[in-house]
Design a protein around this ligand. Structure first.
Ligand code: SF4
Ligand code: SF4
Length: 156
């Protein structure tokens, strides 16, 4: 098991499993994955990610502004907002994740692979990740709104 890479990776377990986690729901990203605490840098990275169609904004509770960003699910790319609870991550290929380990989301990197028992999320639930976004929710929504505006102009 390699813990030197700002995360936990155990290819011997995951290559046998072939990505059950990635097939059930994409791993949510934290603000650090998008350059926090530098708001300007975050905005640029969020804007690029959402424009690519491969990332989407999901939420725990919209009224309370509890949002987060995660990879899109296959077949639903280019949705700037998406709230489905299941689906295969757009980055999963037949050879595993197409992203290099350091580019995966924090919750993906922190998931501890286990043999014969449930893999350990180390507390990186949707609710926890949405909480980490609370101080940056304005940047997140601003980037989404701006990408949506451009999409609408292009499709008009
Ligand atoms: S982290 Fe767990 S569920 Fe995900 S691929 Fe590895 S062993 Fe499978
Ligand atoms: S980003 Fe990679 S590791 Fe994370 S859910 Fe998607 S395919 Fe799996």
């Amino acid at each position: 098991m390699d813990q030197q890479k700002n995360g936990v990776e155990d290819l011997s377990i995951c290559s046998t499993c072939k990505g059950k986690c990635c097939k059930s729901y994409p791993g949510p990203a934290t603000p650090k994955d998008f350059g926090a605490p530098d708001a300007e840098r975050m905005y640029m990275k969020l804007y690029d990610a959402l424009s690519s169609g491969r990332w989407t904004i999901d939420w725990i509770n919209q009224e309370e502004g509890r949002y987060f960003i995660r990879p899109a699910t296959k077949g639903f790319e280019s949705s700037i907002f998406d709230h489905r609870y299941a689906g295969e991550c757009t980055f999963l290929t037949s050879n595993g994740c197409e992203l290099p380990f350091r580019k995966r989301t924090e919750s993906c990197r922190m998931l501890v692979p286990k043999l014969g028992e449930k893999c350990d999320s180390q507390g990186y639930t949707r609710a926890y990740v949405a909480k980490t976004w609370q101080p940056y929710v304005n940047v997140l929504i601003q980037a989404a709104t701006d990408v949506e505006k451009i999409d609408m102009q292009l499709n008009f």
